[in-house]
Design a protein around this ligand. Sequence first.
Ligand code: DGP
Length: 112
Amino acid sequence: MDCLFCKIIAGEIPSAKVYEDEHCYAFKDVSPQTPSHVLIVPKKHVSGLNDTELLPDDSLAACVRAAAKVAKQEGLTQGYRLVSNCGPHACQSVQHLHFHVLGGRQMEGKMG
Ligand code: DGP
């Protein structure tokens, strides 16, 4: 399958690893939008939030639980956002489920 994040998980494309366990892999976003910007991806390929029924519950839980571990590692003591863009209106550009961990500065209250 020609999937960018599958290639990153497989080590075929280099990435700056932040965290890894049996279910998920976390790495620095190549184009950070906040001082700390990390992507968490399940190792099993699913295209996005609309396909989570194809992902075992423990893998989905591991991705969400990894956020706090990543945040701690990144020193995000004042908080962070966990975001998953789904579909064209949300500007999803990579069709492999991923969660953005965004932090390191004060954000605006408005999210949309
Ligand atoms: P989204 O727009 O939600 O689909 O986010 C995709 C993110 O993936 C975007 O913030 C940039 C990041 N990205 C794209 N290509 C690469 C890459 O080759 N390496 C890394 N580390 N991040 C990438």
